[in-house]
Design a protein around this ligand. Structure first.
Ligand code: HEM
Ligand SMILES: *[C@@H]1O[C@H](CO)[C@@H](O)[C@H](O)[C@H]1NC(C)=O
Ligand SMILES: *[C@@H]1O[C@H](CO)[C@@H](O)[C@H](O)[C@H]1NC(C)=O
Length: 320
């Protein structure tokens, strides 16, 4: 009886503790795009690696000065990481005996860039704070820094992601949408990640910088490409301001000049609100910036490894 009562009391106390902490986990505050309890928080490295922000920004500044396109490449890298098994740096792993690299996935091969910049940031961080800052957080920090250094918005970035010990070509190919003029396929791909049409349109605004191969360019926009042997030639996604993070991507779509079929379809597809959002962001850059920041945080919160899951890699290209 005493044992029973003890257990019962224990259960009551446990229930009280659990119900007291659960709602707290949902009260992450307005800085978080996702209301899910993901366990990340902005001050994660405050005491373990104070110079993390400065190191990331100084490497980015030099890298972007050398190759302005790399800012775009790093923003895209975060997207392709998060859509394949969550934001866990799976995309950075090279082929090995146990890993089939996502770099070989159809959407990534001969296309994803910026890996050397991530390596450089990681090397500097390993000198300053060994085995502390995860590769997944470096990718998220590099995406934010690249946006800011290109003239785009800044945001409070939840940190504490850990790195995967696995990669998946299959998941990467299944989850990252093709640049086709099919709005419901794009919406569905984002919905599978917990992202809404608002996120789809705002994040597509990442195409305000960077390049796409002529292979993908819409028929009516092929004039930006040379006539011959042009499939692999890069064309600017935003030919008005190819290295400036602004809202001209949306203005171009309004004028019928979206580069990829998946860009133009945001206006011409029969989405409930996509076309309205394209018009809104074309008219109001600060509204676009606000939503892009919110949606980047939300994308960055997709299925992170936290606590004791995964590891902090020493070299982003291989498991420890
Ligand atoms: C909505 C679905 C999306 C599709 C279908 C798509 C498709 C593409 C394609 C085909 C390219 C050119 C790749 C190449 O030619 O090698 C590209 C480039 C790019 N994408 Fe997306 N994308 C999408 C969403 C996003 C998102 C969510 C982001 C980030 C927020 C993003 C950021 C970029 C950037 C910055 C580039 C230029 C990269 C560079 O110049 O290296 N894209 N995208
Ligand atoms: C990884 O190895 C596989 C063969 O096992 C190959 O098909 C693929 O292209 C390689 N990926 C990279 C990025 O080298
Ligand atoms: C643009 O959006 C901002 C919110 O970011 C709002 O405060 C402002 O009034 C809007 N400007 C116009 C012209 O609608």
């Amino acid at each position: 009886m005493a044992v029973f009562r003890g257990t019962f009391l224990g259960l009551v106390v446990l229930t009280l503790v659990v119900s007291a902490t659960l709602p707290a986990a949902h009260l992450e505050g307005p800085n978080f795009g996702s209301s899910e309890p993901h366990g990340l928080f902005p001050q994660f490295y405050q005491s373990s690696c104070p110079p993390v922000d400065n190191i990331v920004i100084s490497v980015l500044q030099q890298a972007i000065e050398k190759d302005p396109r790399v800012a775009a490449s790093l923003i895209r890298l975060h997207f392709h990481d998060c859509f394949a098994q969550g934001c866990d740096a799976s995309v950075l792993l090279d082929n090995s005996t146990t890993i089939r690299s996502e770099k070989g996935a159809k959407t990534n091969v001969n296309s994803l860039r910026g890996f050397e910049v991530i390596d450089e940031i990681k090397a500097k961080l390993e000198e300053a704070c060994p085995l502390t800052v995860s590769c997944a957080d470096i990718v998220a920090l590099a995406a934010r820094g690249s946006t800011v250094l290109s003239g785009g918005p800044d945001w409070v970035l939840p940190l504490g992601r850990r790195d995967s010990k696995t990669a998946s070509v299959e998941i990467s190919e299944r989850n990252i949408p093709a640049p086709k003029p099919d709005l419901s396929a794009l919406t569905a791909a984002f919905e599978r990640q917990g992202l809404e049409e608002t996120d789809l349109v705002a994040l597509s605004g990442g195409h305000t910088i960077g390049f796409a191969k002529c292979l993908f360019v819409r028929q009516t926009r092929k004039s930006v490409c040379p006539r011959r042997d042009s499939d692999n030639t890069p064309a600017p996604l935003d030919f008005v301001s190819p290295t400036r993070f602004d809202n001209s991507y949306f203005k171009l779509i309004l004028g019928g000049h979206g580069l990829l079929p998946s860009d133009q379809v945001l206006l011409t597809g029969n989405g409930r609100q996509a076309a309205e959002l394209v018009k809104t962001y074309a008219a109001n850059e600060s509204l676009f910036f606000q939503q892009f920041a919110k949606s980047m945080v939300k994308m960055g919160n997709i299925n992170p490894l936290t606590g004791l899951k995964g590891q902090v890699r020493k070299n982003c290209r291989r498991v420890n």
